[in-house]
Design a protein around this ligand. Structure first.
Ligand code: ATP
Ligand code: MG
Length: 376
C-alpha cells in the first residue's frame, strides 16, 4: 500500500464532535490548513485526498466554483485524489434512487468537463467496493449513538421531521458519518477538502481513526487522522437569489448551452443601486454575479467591482456573461468529446477506478482483520 504520512493533529475534544467549534478552534483549523497548503506546494506526494458527492443530478455552477475547481487545482499540483460517487448515499433520504446509471454518467461527464483527469484521479462508486462498506462494521463499534445524534447533518435531519412528513430518518442517514469515515479511511486519505462550516463533519472520521489505532494498533497508528483542507467557498446563488441547488432548479448546469448561459445571467436578480460594489452581506445578488464573473475572469470580486463601478448592473451582466461563456466553452467541448466516445468510454473509466478502489479496500480490510485478530 502507498505510504501516507500520518499527520500530527491535536486530539479532537468532545466539544468538537458536538459541532461546537469555538472561534479559536476555527482559526486554528485555518492556520493548519494554510500550513498544509504550503506543504502541498513544496511536495504533494505525502498527501491523498478523498472527496466526492452523491449522484443526485447533473452538477451546476455552485459545484464547479465551490468544489470542482479546487479538485482540479489539487490535481494539477500533483496531489493524488480519490473521487467518490456516493451512490449508496442517494437512498439516505429517498425511497428510490431514480435513474442512477444515467445520473452517474452525467456526473462523470461533468468531472471530465471541469478538468478531472481520470488517469491521475481515481473515480469510483460506493457500491462497487464491498470491502469499503464492510469497514462500517468495526467502525460502527467505535462511535456512540449520542455522538451520531450530535452530528450537524443528522441533527438537522432530526429537526426537519416536518419536511419528511411521517417518514422517519433512515438508519443509513443516521450512520452516514460512519460511512463517510469508511470512504476516507479505506484508502487512508489524509486530506479532506471542506468548507469552514463543515469542519465538525470530519470529527467522527478523526475520532474513528484515533480510536481504532489506540484499540487495535497502539504501537503503530494504522489509520492517519484525516485533516480538513479548508476551502473558502462562497455560496453561489441561483437566478432567484436563493442558494443554487439541483432541486430548486434555479441554477446553471455545467452542461448548459451558450443560450442557456446567456439567459441565466440575464434573469439574475440585481438591485436598484447603480454603483457596483462588492458587499456580500448587504448586496448578495450583486456579490454573486461578481463572484461568478471573477472566478471565470481570473480576478477577484473586489477588483471586478472596481472595474465595473459606475457603469452599473447592465455592464456587470455583460462582463459576467462574457466571462461565463468563455469559461464554460472549453468545458462544454471536453464534455461533448467525452460523450461522443460512447458509453463504453465512461464505463471503462469507472471500471478502472472501481478496480483500483477495490484493490486498496481489500488490502485495508485484510490489515484491519489482522489487527483485530480476525484472521482464521
Ligand atoms: P440538492 O438540491 O439535491 O441538495 P445541491 O445542488 O444542493 O443538491 P449537493 O449535492 O447538496 O447539491 O451539494 C454537494 C456539495 O456541493 C455541497 O456540500 C457544497 O460543497 C457544494 N454546493 C452545492 N451547491 C452549492 C452552491 N450553490 N454554492 C456553493 N457550493 C455548493
Ligand atoms: Mg444540497
Amino acid at each position: 500500500m502507498r505510504k501516507v504520512r500520518a499527520l500530527s493533529t491535536e486530539p479532537a475534544t468532545s466539544a468538537a464532535i458536538d459541532g461546537v467549534y469555538s472561534t479559536e478552534s476555527v482559526r486554528a483549523a485555518w492556520r493548519r490548513s494554510a500550513a498544509l497548503e504550503q506543504q502541498i506546494a513544496a511536495d504533494p506526494t505525502p498527501f491523498r485526498v478523498l472527496t466526492g458527492e452523491r449522484p443526485t443530478g447533473a452538477l451546476h455552477l455552485g459545484h464547479l466554483i465551490a468544489t470542482l475547481a479546487n479538485r482540479v487545482r489539487l490535481q494539477a499540483q500533483g496531489v493524488e485524489i480519490f473521487l467518490i460517487v456516493a451512490d449508496y448515499q442517494v437512498i439516505t433520504d429517498r425511497d428510490v434512487a431514480g435513474d442512477l446509471s444515467g445520473v452517474v454518467r452525467e456526473v462523470l461527464l461533468d468531472y471530465l468537463a471541469a478538468g478531472i483527469d481520470p488517469e491521475a484521479t481515481t473515480i469510483f462508486t460506493h457500491s462497487a467496493v464491498p470491502a469499503l462498506n464492510q469497514l462500517m462494521l468495526p467502525f460502527l463499534s467505535l462511535v456512540t449513538v449520542a455522538e451520531l445524534e450530535r452530528n450537524p447533518t443528522v441533527k438537522a435531519e432530526t429537526a426537519d421531521a416536518e419536511r419528511r412528513g411521517r417518514r422517519g430518518m433512515s438508519g443509513l442517514m443516521f450512520t452516514y458519518p460512519v460511512h463517510q469515515a469508511a470512504d476516507i479511511l479505506f484508502c487512508r486519505a489524509n486530506l479532506v477538502p471542506v468548507g469552514q462550516d463543515q469542519l465538525p463533519h470530519l470529527e467522527i472520521s478523526r475520532a474513528i481513526a484515533r480510536r481504532f489505532n489506540s484499540r487495535y494498533s497502539p504501537d503503530r497508528p494504522y489509520f492517519p487522522e484525516p485533516d480538513a483542507l479548508i476551502v473558502s467557498t462562497p455560496t453561489i446563488l441561483g437566478n432567484d437569489g436563493a442558494k443554487m441547488s439541483k432541486s430548486a432548479g434555479n441554477g446553471l448546469e455545467i452542461r448548459a448551452t451558450e443560450e442557456e448561459t446567456v439567459r441565466f445571467v440575464k434573469r439574475a436578480k440585481t438591485d436598484s443601486e447603480r454603483h457596483i460594489t462588492y458587499e456580500p452581506d448587504r448586496r448578495p445578488e450583486i456579490a454573486n454575479l461578481l463572484t461568478i464573473g471573477a472566478h471565470f475572469a481570473g480576478t477577484t470580486p473586489e477588483a471586478l467591482a472596481e472595474e465595473v463601478g459606475a457603469a452599473g448592473a447592465g455592464r456587470l451582466k455583460q462582463v459576467v456573461t462574457e466571462a461565463l461563456v468563455e469559461g464554460l466553452r472549453p468545458m462544454r467541448e471536453r464534455r461533448a468529446e467525452a460523450a461522443a466516445q460512447g458509453p463504453e468510454y465512461l464505463q471503462a473509466i469507472l471500471a478502472r477506478g472501481n478496480q483500483r478502489a477495490r484493490d486498496i479496500a481489500d488490502r485495508t480490510l485484510d490489515d484491519v482483520r489482522d489487527l483485530m485478530g480476525m484472521t482464521y
